[in-house]
Design a protein around this ligand. Structure first.
Ligand code: DP6
Length: 418
């Protein structure tokens, strides 16, 4: 084996938003949940992780860089993923580069991993889901792991539970499984991203000063102290999973919306039922819920669904482009940007929704009329600066390999970050 070569793979993996939530584990080490969950994969064009992984006989230990900064791989979750992948690695041959790696060599060879999120990690947008999914997907390609996506999802799950759902595009179910070793706790695709292509997703990144409880410790405390969580996991979620699968299959937006909103609200209710109580949503989150609830009721049928993860950000799923346009007008009416903010950085992602909304500059925002569901005699209050920015996106595809070498995050000769 020549000593100088570096073999590298780069991949891109989406993030996902649960519409029936995962909250609570029955096994902390294997990351086995107490209920099934369902998610929508978000378009990687707007929210994704890119990861390059490389192997070389010159590497002395496994190393990882996240957004350019070296981080430790000593944590149990990274170690579990690396061990599971190495155990399934196969022979690799690159004739062009004259590289040959035998199955047994993988136990001794070290890897370098560089990962980058195309969205602010600090914004609380489920970066661990896309991150672990991408790490597992790219290493599996590098190591020639011949397992299908479902088997890979069971490995990604051991990095972060929600990561298993990022191995597929569209609509995804994480089946909790029954086996003690977790072999049947896997993700499956319910429908691809084209199945319900009309949906538009707007994320309100809500300004927050508060340091949040991590999902991992939050759900542990809930399982230890909440009386409601058992009822949720045993009685409520199993029924909702069946109904949600049906709603997705039939493009039944009213049912989809009612289920997603109720499940988000129940997840936050079990957080409140935890001792000490966990507050993930803040006043801005509550105002967004009120705005959607009022509008949906005014229309007589749901236009938009809302869902919130372990933080104050709102993920709003609009029935179609027209509902998305009306939603963005409402959001910009209630939550205008600070006067020194640039509109192009206030609404990011798919900017065509902004065009549909007829908003081209700050003056257009000031000119937005109060929504008709607001009673004429009560002047609507505005909350300038309470939202940091909005991301317009849609359901998206699953992981992909990036063959364009200019997208690589590691240097092809040294295997160090570019
Ligand atoms: C509220 O997957 O981040 O987003 O498995 O401990 O890493 P760990 O937790 P994580 O929890 C996600 C919780 C959630 C709901 C969901 O995505 O289903």
């Amino acid at each position: 084996m020549a000593e100088k070569w570096v073999l590298m793979v780069t991949a891109q993996t989406p993030t996902n938003i649960a519409v029936i939530k995962y909250w609570g584990k029955r096994d902390e080490n294997l990351i086995l949940p107490i209920n099934d969950s369902i998610s929508v994969t978000l378009d990687p064009q707007h929210l994704c992780t890119t990861t390059s992984v490389a192997v070389s006989p010159a590497f002395t230990h496994d190393r990882m860089w996240l957004n350019g900064k070296e981080i430790s791989l000593s944590g149990g979750r990274y170690q579990n993923c690396l061990r599971e992948l190495r155990a399934r690695a196969s022979d690799v041959e690159d004739e062009e580069k004259g590289i040959k790696i035998a199955k047994k060599d993988w136990e001794k060879l070290h890897v370098h991993i560089a990962s980058y999120n195309n969205f602010p990690t600090a914004a609380g947008l489920a970066s661990s889901a896309a991150g672990f999914a991408c790490l597992v997907f790219s290493l599996a390609k590098l190591m020639n792991v011949k397992e299908d996506h479902s088997k890979l999802s069971a490995i990604a799950r051991q990095g972060s539970g929600s990561a298993c759902r990022s191995l597929y595009g569209g609509f995804v179910k994480w089946i909790m499984g029954k086996e003690e070793n977790g072999s049947d706790s896997i993700a499956v695709q319910l429908a691809d991203e084209k199945h319900w292509g009309d949906l538009v997703i707007i994320i309100a990144v809500v300004s927050s000063r508060q340091k949040e409880t991590s999902s991992t410790s939050g759900m542990r405390e809930t399982v230890e102290t909440s009386m409601l969580i058992e009822h949720r996991a045993k009685e409520v979620v199993p029924r909702r999973i069946i109904q949600m699968e049906e709603a997705i299959k039939d493009h039944d937006f009213p049912s989809f919306s009612r289920l997603a909103c109720s499940d988000s609200n129940q997840f936050h209710a079990v957080c409140l039922d935890t001792s000490p109580p966990i507050f993930y949503m803040n006043d801005t989150s509550h105002r967004i819920i009120s705005c959607i609830e009022k509008w949906n009721r005014f229309e007589g049928t749901p236009q938009v669904a809302y869902t919130f993860d372990a933080g104050p950000n709102a993920v709003l799923i609009a029935h179609n482009r027209n509902a998305a346009k009306l939603l963005l007008q409402r959001l910009l009416f209630y939550f205008p940007p600070q006067s020194d903010t640039d509109l192009s950085s206030y609404v990011i992602g798919d900017k065509s929704i902004l065009e549909d909304a007829g908003v081209h500059n700050m003056k257009d925002i000031e000119a937005l009329a109060a929504p008709p569901e607001v009673k004429d005699n009560t002047p609507a209050q505005k909350y300038k600066g309470d939202v940091s920015y909005f991301i317009c996106t849609r359901p998206g595809k699953g992981p992909v390999l990036l063959n364009d070498e200019t997208k690589a995050l590691l240097n092809a000769e040294t295997g160090l970050p570019n």
